[in-house]
Design a protein around this ligand. Sequence first.
Ligand code: UDP
Ligand code: MG
Length: 330
Amino acid sequence: MPVTSGTLPVLGIVVPCYNEEEVLPETVVRLSRVLDSLVGDKLVAPGSFMLFVDDGSRDKTWELIERYRRSNPRVAGLKLARNAGHQNALLAGLNRAIRTVDCAISIDADLQDDPEAMREFIVKFHEGYDIVYGVRQSRATDTAFKRGTAQTFYKMMRKLGANIEYNHADYRLMSRRALEQLDRFKEVNVFLRGIVPMIGFKSTKVYFDRHERFAGESKYPLKKMLSFAWDGITSLSVTPIRLVTLAGFVLFVVSVLAGLYAIVQKLAGNTVSGWASLMLSIWFVGGIQLISLGLIGEYIGKIYKEVKHRPLYIVETNLTAQSETGTGTA
Ligand code: UDP
Ligand code: MG
């Protein structure tokens, strides 16, 4: 049941947090300021709130969330039983928020995405947009390495046929009905950036400047970043498997040509000396076959994970905000 006060929409700001004790105090202050001013300017309902999702942090993140919830009526908390990963934590928050909100904005805890842009998100929501993508205008504060890898990633995803928004991470607004549709995508390998555009509905972009992480370290070291990119590609596209087939065809044509060449040489009375070419082709084709097997295995592994239908996250504690209406503490 949608909960609305008058005609103003209830906004839920969903913030996944993993070991964010260093940034959280500042994040709460900054988000509160934005939320209070949105409420003050009658852009969102007074029942709007911030939902901090503790993704199985090992530091004091949850204690902080509990403390802020007591002192700030607009703070809600959701504690996951163990680390489920950024995407799943976000999904957990959105699925929890859907109970009471008219729209939800997801944002990282580290204040890299400018919270002030939310005002424009909400204006767009009032104009009738269901999905508003926050797009980074400049990545000047990211390291050249992060910029480069991100660029390559977006380009590759596009080439592989996945329609993802350029320079958009997970800073976005979704209307209630978009959230309801999102909930129908029951995949284990969630890659929200790729899934959200599949929902459709009226969508638009809002540009903002990306800042440096306020404090603490990126929770996406290179290894996690690579596995995130690989997951994104293999859960949104089967083009890699097609490329394998294509490589098979190309090798086949090459081998036919090589065979013809050998026959012609033989007829001309020349012996084709062959050890090096023989060894090379065996190793080459063998390598390609192993890569192909691995790639196909990757997809089968994904299918295996999907068919088990395991829960994506386990909720341990759910604390509603004091400002929130219509729900109880579960
Ligand atoms: N995060 C999470 N679970 C994880 C890893 C990260 O909830 O397993 C959160 C993290 O607290 C932050 C957001 O996801 O709010 C994005 O992470 P981070 O800023 O470290 O990534 P980056 O901006 O470096 O890509
Ligand atoms: Mg970050």
